[in-house]
Design a protein around this ligand. Structure first.
Ligand code: ADP
Ligand code: ASP
Ligand code: MG
Length: 452
């Protein structure tokens, strides 16, 4: 049995859901059971819902409600198109109830004028709760034993709203109690991705792009044979295709390489996706739902040494570099602790770190607490902040064994002013930081050198 996750574009409209149905049917024929389906919100819906919350919280209740009505109509139209006469009335009633509740929340926010993270999660979760209902109904209408499962009863998380962390023991128990019996009974369970709930039943979400993570959690918990991520590109590509259109498919990746690429910006995979798969040693495959005959990218524990010098690249934009300089750093201990304590206090993750004799530079992509961080650091050091920076990360298991690759990467970028250079202990990636404006040129240069 495999777990299949379909991203937003792979459930965007009735034609996409029909492709999904064919893909699920083929997996069932092949395996004789399952699959278990995890689906994202219809393309664009999460962003639309977050905008509705912001509008309502700012007191613009009328436009927020009219956007709710647009979303209601889009979902009802999908349901009408996909659900046969038997399913349609029930599905329409469920969709209507969900949107009535959403409209009530919007009106309340207009009065309260404040959107708490918990409210934001309730609103955002509606996208996946709705899409999963529609897909389950469409499967039944197509003669398959689809069965909707409420992800809030299965993916049990801590209480960190908008970026909750799953509690694996509780989640595995819930999967065993609610989903495994359905598979055993020959059903095809359908869950919304991205969505979970605390033990007390408060709705949470796993962070943007989190449906991949849901699929991995479900796959690991059920001991699936494979976790498939169905999306709108052929697999993991050698570079972000929005920057390098000639990027090529990477047929094989190791778990370690995939984790680095996802962490450093390859949006096709949510950064947490690989960890549950590693724990149970379950292969992950990235596939194109518009070209289901493709072989995609297969990600396993095996190292990909023997392929080209580099395996792929990833990039992250909108980073800020923070330089912290103090002569007290000279030969002193405790300085780095003091610096990182500030970032910890403001719950801000640091991506890349480099140091010199008297300074430490870090990159952050979460700017929410930046002013407070700078103020706190300024109490004991000089602080300089540089926005609009980008990170480019070249990844490959071969980097570990071949000392000539890293200098080649830096050499190719000789005309690009590099702000930071880092190679971590894993020696599986080399990461450089530059001005955002230089990123496209740098990516093209590296791609030419290593992949063309
Ligand atoms: P989904 O909605 O299916 O989860 P996403 O938009 O989250 O899809 O991820 C797929 C997108 O990731 C692709 O359309 C592509 O633009 C982007 N992407 C960025 N880097 C890469 C990469 N290295 N390989 C493949 N896709 C990438
Ligand atoms: N719908 C959510 C988002 O857009 C989760 C996902 O699609 O992975 O972030
Ligand atoms: Mg995604």
């Amino acid at each position: 049995m495999v777990v299949q996750k379909f991203g937003g574009t792979s459930v965007a409209d009735p034609a996409a859901v029909r492709r999904l149905i064919d893909i699920a049917r083929a997996a069932r024929t092949r395996d004789g059971a399952g699959p278990v389906l995890v689906v994202s919100a219809l393309s664009g819906v999460t962003v639309a819902l977050l905008n509705v919350a912001a509008e309502a919280g700012a007191g613009r209740v009328e436009p927020a409600l009219s956007h709710v009505e647009e979303l209601r109509e889009r979902h009802l139209a999908m349901a009408r198109d996909l659900a046969g006469a038997g399913q349609a009335p029930d599905l329409a009633a469920l969709i209507t109830a969900e949107f009535d509740q959403l409209a009530a929340v919007v009106k309340a926010l207009g009065v309260l004028r404040e959107v708490s993270p918990a409210t934001l999660d309730v609103i955002a979760a509606a996208g996946e709760l709705l899409s999963s209902r529609i897909v389950a109904g469409a499967l039944v209408a197509a003669g398959l034993p689809g069965e909707w499962v409420d992800a809030r009863r299965v993916v049990i998380t801590n209480g960190l709203q908008t970026r909750a962390v799953p509690l694996m023991a509780e989640t595995t128990a819930a999967l065993g109690a609610l989903v495994a019996p359905l598979v055993d009974a020959g059903r095809m369970p359908v869950l919304g991705g991205f969505v979970g709930a605390t033990i007390e039943g408060r709705t949470t979400t796993l962070g943007r792009g989190g449906s991949d993570y849901s699929a991995a959690i479900v796959g690991a918990g059920l001991g699936a044979a494979e976790i498939q991520i169905w999306t709108d590109v052929d697999g993991m590509l050698t570079a972000d295709p929005r920057i390098v259109p000639q990027a090529r498919l990477v047929p094989r990746l190791s778990f370690a390489e995939a984790a680095e690429l996802a962490y450093f910006g390859a949006k096709v995979l949510h950064p947490s996706t690989i960890h549950p798969a590693v724990e149970r040693n379950i292969p992950v495959r990235i596939l194109n739902s518009r070209k289901p005959e493709g072989s995609g990218t297969l990600i396993t524990a095996e190292s990909t040494r023997g392929a080209g010098s580099l395996t792929a690249m990833a990039a992250k934009r909108d980073l800020t570099v923070v330089d912290v300089t103090s002569s007290r750093m000279l030969m002193a201990y405790g300085f780095l602790r003091q610096v990182f304590e500030v970032f910890e206090r403001f719950q801000t993750a640091v991506d890349v770190v480099t140091t010199s004799e008297v300074s430490v530079s870090v990159t952050v992509d979460d700017r929410r607490h930046l002013d407070a961080i700078v103020e706190a650091l300024s109490a004991f050091a000089e602080v300089a902040v540089e926005p609009e920076m980008a990170l480019l990360c070249a990844v490959g298991d071969r980097l570990r064994g071949d000392p000539a690759i890293a200098p080649r990467v830096v050499g190719v970028l000789e005309e690009v002013p590099l702000r930071m250079i880092s190679q971590a202990a894993s020696r599986r990636n080399i990461t450089v930081i530059m001005r955002q404006a230089d990123l496209p040129h740098a990516m093209h240069r590296l791609h030419e050198e290593f992949f063309e």
